[in-house]
Write a protein that binds this ligand. Structure first.
Ligand code: AP5
Length: 193
């Protein structure tokens, strides 16, 4: 099964992706995680994207499409995968469609997690507080100012993908404001697996 998970920052993409991959035994491809790993390793890509991510802006399509294309070469995606946080622009979605078509594959569903902005910022700040309480590093973009810019990037650049996938008849919209277990159950129903 090949899935795309769409949703604003803090909507629960990472939380739900983790549940789906362990249930379906498929790979979890999070572009945010891949980019943060590049930053942590101080690779050339990481050094180039660090400031962009800290500002809450989107990394360029070329870089992200390249990272995903490379990741799709690995063997662990053969049983399927969930793309968490990719695509995030129409150009990325078109590039993904092309990569899938080249492999004779398709997407089974694009799942949209719907959560209102007020709850999103609370979740992000709760995550930052929890990291601090655990003595862990907070994410550099988990603060109210950067969150506002991340949400703007979502609304202007990523939200159009809802219509993009609706027009392909693979959009499944799920109420992401329920407790995480109820969201997971709604996703199971929506994708039929
Ligand atoms: P990315 O890492 O993808 O971050 P994001 O989209 O901002 O999403 P988050 O990780 O903050 O939230 P989430 O939706 O995964 O929610 P989570 O499950 O963690 O991207 C970071 C940056 O990388 C981007 O800003 C951009 O710069 C760059 N980037 C990444 N991909 C890119 C791309 N394709 N193109 C260009 N740039 C890209 O949950 C959040 C919190 O809420 C947690 O504490 C969780 O426990 C809690 N929670 C989850 N579900 C629930 C629930 N149902 N009820 C209550 N609390 C809940």
């Amino acid at each position: 099964m090949r899935l795309v998970l769409l949703g604003a920052p803090g909507s629960g993409k990472g939380t739900q992706a983790a549940q789906i991959v362990s249930r379906l035994n498929i790979a979890h491809l999070s572009t945010g995680e891949m980019l943060r790993a590049s930053v942590a390793s101080k690779s050339a890509v990481g050094c180039g994207v660090d400031a962009i991510m800290q500002r809450g802006e989107l990394v360029s399509d070329d870089i992200v499409v390249g990272i995903v294309a490379e990741r799709l070469q690995r063997d662990d995606i053969k049983a399927g995968y969930i793309l968490d946080g990719f695509p995030r622009t129409v150009a990325q979605a078109v590039a993904l469609d092309q990569a899938l078509a080249d492999r004779g594959e398709n997407l089974h569903a694009a799942v949209e997690l719907k959560v209102v902005a007020h709850d999103l910022v609370h979740r992000i700040m709760a995550r930052a507080a929890q990291a601090k309480a655990n003595g862990e590093n907070e994410r550099a973009d988990d603060n109210p100012e950067t969150f506002t810019l991340r949400l703007q990037a979502y609304e202007t650049q990523t939200a159009p993908l809802v219509d993009y996938y609706r027009s392909k008849n693979i959009l499944k919209s799920v109420d992401g404001m329920q407790p995480a277990g109820a969201v997971a159950a709604a996703i199971r129903d929506a994708i039929g697996a």
